[in-house]
Write a protein that binds this ligand. Structure first.
Ligand SMILES: [Ca+2]
Ligand SMILES: [Ca+2]
Ligand SMILES: [Ca+2]
Ligand SMILES: [Ca+2]
Length: 278
């Protein structure tokens, strides 16, 4: 079935989205971002219609190769291009506050976390390059102040807590806010869980299930929602506004005879609203 889908995708788009390996978390933190072998899974509003689509980024010898699809479902690739070097971490954000999401890559070099941002979904030079964070940090992206689109952040394990350093501008400079949220073994998650005032934060944790803890504000404090969605052993996580109602929710991807995506619109335990291969 998966081969058939791939063949159709090749026929329509003239390219094949690469097939996955097992899920694995990325270091240097004790927890990190997740990918399947050489392939990252991402989400973003590629067409600027307010809802999020999906994507796969292949870490090839020639650099990062991006495969983006506007709709959260199986089908043809809408954007295909190369951006970033081999080993870079792919990121998604609306850097200019219009026309949906752009892209970025981050990498560790010279003991710093270095960023390259691009507003358009195509190959080309970065629109911005700067350092923010250090070689113990992992990158996060979010609209922390609810205006002017997305900006940047960094997080790392400090003792047994996750320390977040967020900045309201997408450029070099001091953090706007520093706080702790989450514990050892958690991964950072970002989304607009209440549909107002920009993005909040959260964590996902690999228990028997994938355990999510979400907070509406990007600050320290009590979680607003806690639930389990996904399998803690096999899945990579992602967040996005799948139905375009202005509220972000959760999803997972699993290597199950190909990449199986399971996305849910509600911030609660339950069945996925979308299950498909891409
Ligand atoms: Ca944009
Ligand atoms: Ca902002
Ligand atoms: Ca919000
Ligand atoms: Ca939604």
């Amino acid at each position: 079935m998966h081969r058939l889908l791939l063949s159709l995708a090749v026929a329509v788009a003239g390219l094949a989205v690469p097939v996955p390996a097992s899920a694995s978390d990325v270091t240097p933190a004790s927890a990190g971002l997740c990918r399947f072998g050489n392939q990252w899974v991402i989400s973003g509003d590629w067409d600027g219609n307010g809802g999020d689509g999906i994507g796969v980024v292949d870490d090839t010898a020639d650099g990062l190769e991006w495969f983006l699809r506007n709709d959260p479902g199986s089908g043809a690739t809408d954007f295909h291009f190369k951006f970033g070097a081999k080993g870079d971490m792919p990121l998604v954000g609306d850097w200019d506050g219009k026309n949906g999401d752009g892209i970025a890559v981050a990498r560790w070099a010279n003991k710093k976390l270095q960023w390259q941002l691009r507003n358009t979904l195509s190959a080309g030079a970065p629109d911005a390059s700067f350092s923010y964070g250090s070689d113990i940090d992992l990158p996060v992206v979010g609209d922390w102040d609810g205006k002017n689109g997305d900006s940047i952040g960094a997080w790392h394990l400090s003792g047994n807590k996750i320390e977040w350093s967020l900045r309201n501008s997408a450029n070099a400079g001091a953090p706007t806010t520093i706080f702790s949220f989450g514990a050892k073994g958690d991964r950072a998650e970002v989304g607009d869980w209440d549909g107002k005032s920009g993005d909040g934060i959260g964590t996902s944790h690999r228990g028997t299930g994938m355990d999510w803890i979400l907070r509406d504000k990007a600050s320290a404090g009590s979680p607003g929602k806690s639930f389990t969605f996904g399998d803690g052993k096999t899945d990579c996580t992602l967040t996005g506004d799948w139905d375009g109602d202005g509220v972000d929710s959760v999803g997972i991807v699993r290597n199950q005879s190909g990449r199986e995506w399971q996305l849910r619109n509600a911030l609660s335990a339950g069945a996925p609203d979308y299950t498909f291969k891409y």
